[in-house]
Design a protein around this ligand. Sequence first.
Ligand SMILES: NC(=O)c1ccc[n+]([C@@H]2O[C@H](COP(=O)([O-])OP(=O)(O)OC[C@H]3O[C@@H](n4cnc5c(N)ncnc54)[C@H](O)[C@@H]3O)[C@@H](O)[C@H]2O)c1
Length: 442
Amino acid sequence: MKLDELLENVSVVGAAGKMGSGIAVLIAQEVAKLKIKNPDKTYKVNLIDVNEQGMKGLRQYIKTQMTKVAEKSIVGLRSAYESREDLVENGEVIDAFVDEALGVLNFGTNFELAKNSKVVFEAIIENEELKVKVLKELKELCPEDALFFTNTSSIPIGFLDKEAGLQGRIIGYHFYNPPIVQKLLELISADDTNKEFKDIANELGKLLGKKLVPANDISGFIGNGHFIRDGLYAISEVNRLKEEYSFSGAIYIMNRISQDFLIRPMGIFQLIDYVGVDVFQCILRVMNKHLRDETLHSELIDKLMEKNIRGGQRADGSQKDGFLKYERNRPTGVYDTGKGEYVALERLKERLDSKIGNPPAGFSPWRKLLIEPNKADLLSTYFSNLRSADSFGTELARNYLARSKEIGERLVKDGVTNSADDVNAVLTNGFFWLYGPINDYI
Ligand SMILES: NC(=O)c1ccc[n+]([C@@H]2O[C@H](COP(=O)([O-])OP(=O)(O)OC[C@H]3O[C@@H](n4cnc5c(N)ncnc54)[C@H](O)[C@@H]3O)[C@@H](O)[C@H]2O)c1
């Protein structure tokens, strides 16, 4: 099994989606480099999606992204094209590379396009019946030794393998959003995943410049294993606090604690909105089905979905309302289930900030700390102050920090991962935290 040969014919299924389109750019870029090295060989990257409308904008999207990629890697491209005397200006090199990449692409809504693919990336929606159906169809069409990389973020790979009858020819290749930018790639093998395939998957991940973190084949893996339970904890706190502070007040409090007091890039409810309330519900259901010893469920999430409050983004990238209301992508209100409307954030601030209190001494917002060279020391001082501070807000923060650590440690204990470092690597790389959940801060 040689990676260069496997990349001669690749398909990306679900290519018009958020993840599929990014994966398409990453793969097209590597295949275009191979084409420069081997101009006489034929390479194909087949981009397939059932969404005709979505496919229409895909070529232009890929062209724009490939141009950005080429601009960033101009030095490497100049040396790859050193025999091309006709390419003088940087702009000419960039255009040649983008043309090279676009030249290997085939777009379509028909799975027949994947017929001769040696490698398939599956990035359709997170629905296990549909994934099984699509994988089965592809298995029938593709060569019998074709390899399947699935971008599922919660469905056990062994389950997909068994249900689709792939006999070890599938691996979990969990890119983070957006795949072009995000360095993290969680790699999940099932018990039967072929050893040589694992090596190939590692080799490809390195070629794509990703930080590879292995996870074991337990639903939710590391990323969602932490995120979903972290979200459920915040919801359980909301249920505890809502009697006294109202539902919207409790959401405001927990969102503020998780962002400011824990110095995370965004509050937990903003993060759930960003991921999508619908996606959160869907992953909850998958994990609840596959994890026998734990009940993972939220009536609140179900209630929001019944009211069609879904979060996620519009086609232009702007944030849709969810737990929070957004104007120009900034939170301006908080949903109140009782009233069925959004309460202005300013009103909640006025009412609750004095009750919550300030974060302890040493606090700096996430954005500021991110660029501090000595952030580890600053975090250590801040959390030491948090440990001894005595206010409503700091107590909530300590409890949250302890729960997050417990979730991280449980991922190790339950065998989702073999190492605390890997849990921390996923949260710091995939979620942009400044510190991992398994820490000495609590
Ligand atoms: N969005 C994220 O933040 C994120 C992060 C990591 C992993 N994932 C995982 O990536 C996968 C895709 O997620 P997404 O956010 O890109 O979803 P998306 O809804 O943006 O894209 C899914 C695409 O699949 C297509 N599709 C649906 N049914 C299909 C079928 N039968 N055949 C071909 N194409 C079909 C849709 O038309 C759509 O274009 C999911 O498994 C998800 O869990 C998502």
